[in-house]
Design a protein around this ligand. Structure first.
Ligand code: SAM
Ligand code: SF4
Length: 324
């Protein structure tokens, strides 16, 4: 069992398999992209599998594959299938933009993936283009329906941005009437890869929730699952649910059970830290399993209390280089 210096158990790994992406969401990266990692700097599948297996042996029972866009990395599906074989891994899920995902739905299901997070910030094709700089909304919506029809639990993530998609909050909420989706609104975080300091987002979770409540005054608070980063609600008569994620406000750090490994193999014990251990170099230096786990334990034992403490030294990179 991995436990941090604040008594929090770590059982959840977010593994970013690439920093590359086929969209250019403006809150995540500049239009020209970022300085992509070269292949040698990227963790290999063998390296990611070894680290994942070690962590699963030490109490991690949930892994989420993320990126960049996972499906732009060659052979990622075979890697996901290999991961799914790990004994002790109870939950394997992924976060994807849905552009290439449709071609992998059966293989995902067959290897035991049951839950997919899909990023859709708007239901309007022009706004989707303005936000992602690509005209892919119809494909992404098709993926969403295919996933639901195939039986996946689908969480739809929408970053709320002042002046960009606040008119989409209610249409996205209305989707939950007939579809069993968990629509989750995320506060915009300062990881747009531009190097420019972002001001405090005007649309915090309270304002987002107030907007929903104006149209749906009978919305009801649900019991949040343990370690949930979202506050969850349901509108009577709706099949799906609505959540808000205070990602900028950081009100959920007290129960944080997750660590992250970035595409270049940095361990982050907080989304807002700069990376606290170079796992890739440790592996490439020929470290034994014991040495690797002791480096992990040490990093986890020196974990910041919350994202505000971590941010004091943080340089804000692109979310694609972290994994969200
Ligand atoms: N490409 C995949 C996708 O978009 O779903 C996975 C990687 S993406 C970095 C993971 C999540 O981070 C997405 O839901 C995305 O909306 C979110 N994200 C990216 N940049 C963000 C930012 N600046 N603030 C809040 N969320 C952000
Ligand atoms: Fe790509 Fe996801 Fe970042 Fe959008 S949020 S640019 S889809 S990595």
């Amino acid at each position: 069992m991995l436990k941090d210096n604040h008594g929090r158990t770590i059982n959840y790994l977010r593994l970013a398999v690439t920093d590359r992406c086929n969209l250019r969401c403006f809150y995540c990266m500049p239009e020209d992209g970022i300085d992509w990692l070269s292949r040698k700097d990227l963790m290999s599948y063998e390296e990611m599998l070894r680290i994942s297996a070690l962590l699963v042996d030490n109490g991690v029972n949930k892994i989420r594959i993320t990126g960049g866009e996972p499906f732009v990395r060659k052979e990622v599906m075979s890697f996901i299938e290999d991961l799914s074989q790990l004994n002790g891994l109870n939950q394997l899920s992924l976060t994807t933009n849905g552009v290439l995902t449709g071609g992998y739905i059966k293989r995902l299901w067959d290897c035991g993936v049951r839950s997919v997070n899909l990023s859709i910030d708007t239901l309007d094709r022009n706004r989707f283009f303005a936000i992602t700089r690509r005209d892919e909304l119809p494909v992404v919506l098709r993926t969403m329906h295919q996933l639901l029809e195939s039986g996946f639990a689908v969480r739809l993530n929408a970053v709320v941005m002042d002046g960009k998609n606040t008119d989409d909050i209610l249409p996205l909420v209305r989707l939950t009437k007939d579809l069993p989706l968990a629509v989750r609104f995320i506060e915009e975080m300062p990881f747009n890869g531009s190097g420019i300091e972002q001001s405090v987002p005007e649309w915090n979770y309270i304002k987002i929730l107030d907007t929903v409540k104006q149209d749906f005054p009978d919305i009801q608070k649900m019991q949040d699952p343990p370690f949930s980063t979202s506050y969850n609600y349901q509108i009577p008569g709706h099949q799906g649910t609505v959540g808000v994620i205070a990602a900028y406000t950081r009100s959920f750090c007290g129960s944080c059970n997750r660590i992250r490994i970035t595409p270049q193999g940095m361990l982050k014990t907080c989304l807002y830290d700069n990376g606290v251990l170079n796992v890739r170099d440790l592996l490439r230096a020929g470290s034994t399993d014991g040495e690797i786990m002791s480096a992990f334990s040490n990093a986890i034992n020196n974990r910041v209390k919350d994202g505000h403490e971590a941010e004091r030294s943080s340089v804000h990179e692109s979310m694609a280089a972290i994994g969200g």
